[in-house]
Design a protein around this ligand. Structure first.
Ligand code: HEM
Length: 185
């Protein structure tokens, strides 16, 4: 397998990454409006989602330990707001920035990325339920999966940004850092 010397995607940086992802997801105005129409359905279901979310995390010692000494009521509220945000109807750079900031918070607490990515399972179950209550359930499900995939990509981006930045600082060059991350240098 030959090692690529450069990829166009490597030149996309910072805010442009978010803009690129939004374009890639190709979420139409109709899809955004459909999700927005489900906001009032999502709101009352959010507390159930957060309960299931933390039940899953507290059932596993390696994830539970991150919450020692944390104000859980506040966290329930923040996850609920994050969940309701999936049905806000506005998925612009500001939206993506807020989600990226949340990703960075998880980088900073030393949380392996596999945990938040795996937790999308719980989020998906509730999102699917909400989409099923739409007058256009198939279209709503398709739209919901797009915005959730955007969050998966953004969460991962927060981790990649951090690794690349630190490695590039150490080796003094981003191109070399990328080659090292390929594992082929
Ligand atoms: C779908 C996955 C996840 C989402 C959407 C999510 C969302 C959030 C949000 C919105 C906050 C509040 C951020 C703020 O202060 O503005 C937060 C904080 C936090 N999350 Fe997550 N989270 C996820 C997964 C996890 C997992 C798997 C863990 C641990 C096993 C975790 C541990 C924490 C902790 C400890 C904080 C508090 C950080 C601090 O203030 O020190 N999160 N999360």
């Amino acid at each position: 397998m030959s090692t690529p010397h450069r990829r166009s995607s490597w030149e996309v940086k910072d805010a442009a990454i978010l803009a690129e992802l939004i374009t890639l997801m190709n979420l139409s105005p109709d899809e955004a409006a459909l999700l927005k129409s489900l906001g009032p359905t999502a709101e009352p279901l959010a507390p159930q989602m957060t309960t299931a979310f933390y039940e899953r995390l507290f059932a596993h010692d390696n994830t539970k330990e991150y919450f020692e000494g944390k104000a859980m009521e506040r966290l329930h509220g923040m996850i609920a707001r994050w969940f309701i945000g999936l049905f806000s109807g506005t998925y612009d750079e500001e939206y993506a920035h807020q989600r990226l900031y949340i990703g960075h918070i998880h980088v900073k607490i030393g949380l392996p990325v596999r945990y938040p990515l795996a937790m999308m399972d719980v989020v998906m179950q509730y999102g699917d339920q909400i989409a099923a209550q739409s007058s256009q359930p198939q279209a709503a499900l398709k739209a919901f999966r797009k915005v959730l995939s955007l969050d998966v990509a953004i969460f991962n981006q927060a981790y990649e940004d951090n690794q690349l930045k630190h490695l590039a600082d150490i080796v003094g060059c981003e191109a070399l850092a990328r080659r090292l991350l390929l594992g082929t240098s």
